[in-house]
Design a protein around this ligand. Structure first.
Ligand code: GLY
Length: 310
């Protein structure tokens, strides 16, 4: 099997001054995740590596750079899923850790549960020896500025809900044909404390099944949950649609039924892939066969060598 890794850095409207940051970060993380596959690593290892790199990059709404809840605090959601066994692990409303995606993987590997939340997730992190980090280390000036701006009485609710989202995610197929997905987010700007979005929910914030393919979405979490976006895409693929057509169909359903915008990265079991979005923009990159594909605006598709550092 020809391995492939596809990642996104979030759907929405990316301000001009952040376009290069957003685009270079996904290209770099795609290279990092793909190196795992090239070294014979598993799809799960590759998606966790790529998403970890994006969580560590303050340009995205995940890990360091997460948007703030209404109280100005960081609460993060993440999920991983293994398409071979349908094993899944997730965390929601977790605080004070750098890499929620790694904690989600520990939930999958070390517990009999699918999702741990808030204080329970933190307790589990401590038990697993995951280092606690100060909340301040996860908050960027940009996140704080946006939080303040969106608390103002004249704030635009559309901007706050559908604005500069930057949930991150990855899907991959490895040389053995195993498939995995991972997604991580700080959620929605000014969300209520304790709000759990799509990212922590199986079938919504991700799904992987070796028999069909995998999806990692980004966008308005409540809308994604209403249509179980990831599983809906796999359903369309089971009905014979390509990864691209299935992604477009499901995104169109989300728009027409619940007015939701977003984007997805999708792979099928043959390693064919798609990066599709109904939002204005989505930064994405795909690595396969020593080639890096990437884009950000609708219809954009750049191709470069995987070794090209730019
Ligand atoms: N899609 C990320 C969120 O709504 O939390």
């Amino acid at each position: 099997m020809l391995p492939v890794l596809v990642i996104h850095g979030g759907a929405g409207h990316i301000p001009k001054e952040r376009v290069e940051l957003s685009s270079s970060g996904v290209r770099s993380a795609a290279r990092g995740g793909y190196a795992v596959l090239q070294g014979g690593g598993s799809a799960m290892d590759a998606v966790v590596e790529a998403v970890t790199q994006l969580e560590n990059n303050p340009a995205y709404n995940a890990g360091c750079g997460s948007v703030l809840n209404v109280k100005g605090e960081v609460e993060m959601d993440a999920i991983v899923m293994d398409g071979k066994t349908l094993a899944c692990g997730a965390v929601s409303a977790v605080r004070n850790i750098a890499n929620p995606v790694q904690l989600a993987r520990l939930v999958m590997d070390k517990t009999s549960h699918l999702c741990l939340t808030a204080g329970g997730a933190s307790q589990f992190a401590r038990a697993m020896g995951v280092p606690e980090v100060p909340e301040e280390s996860l908050i960027t000036d940009y996140a704080r500025m946006r939080w303040k701006k969106n608390l103002a009485p004249d704030a635009n609710p559309v901007e706050s809900q559908m604005g500069k989202m930057g949930t991150v995610g990855a899907v991959a197929v490895d040389v053995e044909g195993n498939i995995a997905c991972a997604t991580s987010t700080g959620g929605m700007l000014n969300k209520m404390e304790g709000r759990v979005g799509d990212t922590a929910c199986i079938g919504c914030g991700g799904y992987a099944d070796n028999m069909v393919g995998a999806v990692s979405p980004t966008g308005h979490g409540e809308a994604i949950m209403k249509v179980t976006l990831s599983r809906l895409i796999l359903f369309h693929m089971e009905q014979g649609q390509s990864a691209e057509a299935a992604s477009d169909l499901a995104l169109a359903t989300m728009k027409s039924r619940v007015g939701g915008l977003g984007g997805v990265v999708t792979v099928d079991r043959q390693g064919r892939w798609a990066a599709r979005f109904s939002s204005r923009q989505m930064s994405w990159a795909a690595a396969q066969k020593d080639t890096l594909h990437h884009g950000l605006n609708a219809g954009e598709h750049f191709i470069q060598s995987i070794d090209d550092p730019h």
